[in-house]
Design a protein around this ligand. Structure first.
Ligand code: GTP
Ligand code: MG
Length: 281
């Protein structure tokens, strides 16, 4: 008589969650609080996470794989190389946690660009699986400034209506994060388990249609921002007459010049404008 073969319990894949946002917004802090150890939180204002990293965590009844990502528009890494890095983790994504410092009350520079790129990565269908996660609340409470908390909350509500409005209207969620309270992470991750069947991220969809990264919606956002900044720089240089050299001003760094050289090959003609209208931007 042969003994019965015991079937191994089926391994259930962890649900993948991308943690995104500008440099210093608290992405690694969020993951550290969720997993219960420091996975590499930045110190001293410099960007810390240079490439994506994956971290397993159990929250409620579900296993998650949290993907830490670098912020876009950072000196240390080209935005397309970050996008290519994130591309490796697009399969099986069930949620996005978008970190935003409440102390960033104005959406300027890298804060605005990060949001524009991530909106383009997400697309419309995936919005209900985005959680806007505000950070730095505890830095206010430690200073015991209750009135200030109210003031920041009001400003955050304003941002949720304006810059985050298009995502909120399509079902995005909003939560506050506190590093010392793991429940703030669990509550966010619970949102992803309570929903069925995640649609694909817009970026994954576009890449599956064989679009080159530079032709995807986030790719076009990056290229357009570069063009805009180049234009601003040129206008500024012209305003200075001699490009600022006589004043000892450096108009562009060697890295910027190299990037511009690369861009000349990548931009082609008016391709990105045509693509923007193709993607409905
Ligand atoms: N007290 C407090 N500090 C925070 C919070 N979020 C981020 N920080 C601090 O802000 C700095 C940057 O935080 P990180 O978590 O490394 O930010 P990040 O988004 O991973 O940044 P990069 O890896 O550079 O893209 C660190 O000094 C953190 O301690 C928060 O909610 N509360
Ligand atoms: Mg980090």
């Amino acid at each position: 008589m042969t003994s019965p073969v015991l079937a191994r319990p089926k391994e259930i894949a962890a649900q993948r969650v991308l943690v995104v946002g500008p440099t210093g917004a608290g992405k690694s802090s969020f993951i550290s609080a969720a997993v219960g150890r420091d996975i590499g939180i930045g110190h001293g204002g410099e960007s810390c996470t240079e490439s994506c990293g994956r971290y397993r965590v159990r929250a409620g009844d579900a296993d998650f794989e949290l993907i830490d990502t670098p912020g876009f528009d950072d000196q240390s890494r080209d935005d397309f190389s970050i996008l290519e890095n994130i591309k490796e983790y697009l399969d099986g994504v069930v949620g996005i946690v978008y970190c935003h410092r409440i102390t960033d009350t104005r959406m300027i520079g890298n804060v605005r660009l990060n949001l524009d790129i991530i909106k383009a990565v997400v697309g419309r269908a995936f919005c209900s699986r985005v959680v806007i996660c505000s950070t730095m609340w505890d830095t206010l409470s430690t200073q015991a400034i209750t009135a200030k908390q109210g003031q920041f909350r009001e400003r955050m509500e304003g941002l949720l209506d304006s810059v985050f409005g298009s995502m909120m209207e399509r079902g995005a969620h909003y939560k506050e994060f506190r590093p010392s309270d793991k429940d703030t992470c669990t509550n966010i991750l619970d949102i992803f388990t309570s929903q069925r069947c995640a649609p694909r991220l817009a970026l994954a969809e576009q890449l599956s249609e064989k679009f080159h990264m530079r032709e995807t919606k986030p790719g076009v956002v990056i290229l357009d921002e570069r063009k805009k900044r180049d234009k601003d720089r040129k206008a500024q240089a012209q305003g200075l007459g001699d490009g600022g050299s006589s004043l000892g001003l450096q108009v562009s760094s060697p890295r910027e010049r190299t990037m511009r050289g690369k861009r000349r090959h990548a931009d082609g003609s008016k391709k990105s404008t045509a693509l923007l209208s193709h993607w409905g931007l």
